[in-house]
Design a protein around this ligand. Sequence first.
Ligand code: 13P
Length: 251
Amino acid sequence: MQKLIIANWKCNPTTLKVVQKMALELRKRIKKNPKIEIAVCPPFVYLSEVAKMFKGSSLRLGAQNCFWEERGAFTGEVSPLMLKNLGVKYVILGHSERIMMVGETNEMINKKVQTALRDGLFPVVCIGEDATERTEGKTFQILEQEFEQSLIMSKKIDWERVVLVYEPLWAISTSSHSLGDCTADDALTAALFLRKLVLNKAGQKAARNIKILYGGNVNAQNAEDYLLEDGIDGVLVGAASLDIKEFLAIC
Ligand code: 13P
């Protein structure tokens, strides 16, 4: 299966000039390769500029969030339809940073997944346990719960367009990182578990075709460990994607 590498720039960088430099470098250096697809998720305000810069290349664009309505009186929100019309393909939903900092709930995530799918985007849904849940041995329980609540409440899922990410909160580079890195073995175990959940809910075709990625301190030193696993279809990269040299090394 084609591997998918997604850069999540989070709330960086702070000027358009730097964005242009980063996007230009990626555009110059990343060549079409049937084995991998590369997507970049900049903050909303830079999307249209990056869309212009990526035009005609194999690079894909993603957003870091969206709302669950298409249009209307929703001050401050950005709709999936607006993103689609801008040339965005992916949208990250349910990121732990949004859950912790903005109070996003599984119900909200579920609604966002629905609208994103309806408007033709590919939702990249993050699922993962925190350090306490991990040490208490609740990893699978949490994965199943988040999977159920953020996806299964949905009436109709186009599984071909859903991307799942196992992103354990404790392994994110900017977290306290108290349990160290998530090894490729641990990431694979979680990815296989998520694939089994998809199998049980949606059948073999969905389980075979769905992309399940790993995210959490992926960098140039360890990316290959995750990407070489057959059961891991790609990586979601945070901090290391801001250093374009390092991101290119990962790709
Ligand atoms: P880091 O790669 O910085 O650990 O971030 C992971 C992440 O949150 C990607 O969405």
